[in-house]
Design a protein around this ligand. Structure first.
Ligand SMILES: Nc1ncnc2c1ncn2[C@@H]1O[C@H](COP(=O)(O)OP(=O)(O)OP(=O)(O)O)[C@@H](O)[C@H]1O
Length: 250
């Protein structure tokens, strides 16, 4: 199994007004190629901090993060942006589509940044538009799309660069249940048909129940790892049970 993400002994504190607040207290986790993993945990448990360190946006106090063969924590800052654009794909809660660009142009963007040849770019984008069933909106602007459509465009954009790893922060956070389902379907399609590896931070137990594994954080530590069951309902029950325990324990 090819290892795509390897996080070990990650520690991070924030210093505010002279006080030090430990947020990650030795987090370790791994992901193999093609896995869809959800990170869950109560508000403030360190989920977004973990994602920001994995992507190199934030430094850590100690520990290691490897994406493929790249050491994310010890790469010089100048190179980091370039590396990020070539091996990572991002999906945000509020989509972060560029309003002045069409759907197709938004999907071009990571490929332009990664200096992909134009012919490859057009072919790749066409393939993704078809795969996600959004060919008919390729000339529209983000302001003309529904939330679910925007998020599907954001997923296609994140995949356009063929990243090793996709990082998604609350991708269903602002969506109604129909649009959330469309997003999860798009993730499953990306995983099953395109071999994508996806790490998703979420509060949404339904979204998480479609992942292969749930890494459960509480108070800056991995307190549990839930592995997908044959029965999705059982997996969902395990997730809800975990959430109940950590939220009561706060
Ligand atoms: N830049 C910062 N400076 C100081 N404290 C911070 C900073 N960013 C986050 N924190 C604090 O660190 C803790 C963890 O934050 P983080 O955003 O990682 O949690 P989270 O699990 O993603 O929460 P949520 O589910 O609410 O998004 C919180 O208590 C937060 O207030």
């Amino acid at each position: 199994m090819e290892k795509i993400l390897s996080v070990s002994g990650l520690q991070k504190s924030y210093v505010t007004k002279g006080n030090t607040y430990p947020v990650l207290k030795g987090v370790s986790m791994e992901m193999n190629r093609g896995e869809f993993v959800a990170v869950m945990g109560p508000s403030g448990s360190g989920k977004t901090t973990l994602l920001n360190i994995v992507s190199g946006f934030l430094s850590a106090d100690s520990g290691n993060v490897k994406v493929g063969s790249v050491d994310m924590l010890h790469t010089d800052k100048e190179k980091q942006a370039e590396i990020r654009s070539s091996i990572l794909g991002f999906i945000f809660q509020d989509f972060m589509l560029i309003d002045g660009l069409t759907v197709q142009e938004n999907i071009f963007l990571p490929q332009i940044i990664a200096k992909k040849p134009v012919a490859d770019m057009e072919g790749k984008t066409r393939g993704l538009l078809c795969a996600f069933g959004i060919e008919d909106i390729s000339g529209k602007y983000p302001g003309e799309l529904s939330g679910g459509q925007k998020q599907r465009v954001a997923i296609a954009r994140a995949l356009s660069n063929e990243p090793l790893l996709i990082l998604a922060d609350e991708p269903t956070g602002n969506l109604d249940s129909k649009s959330s389902n469309a997003v999860i379907e798009a993730f499953l399609f990306a995983k099953e048909q395109l071999g994508a590896t996806v790490l998703m931070v979420t509060h949404d137990a339904i979204a998480a129940s479609h992942a292969d594994r749930v890494i459960a954080l509480s108070d800056g530590m991995v307190v549990r790892e839930l592995v997908r069951q044959k029965e999705q309902r059982q997996f969902m029950n395990d997730i809800l049970e975990f959430l109940k325990i950590v939220e009561v324990g706060q």
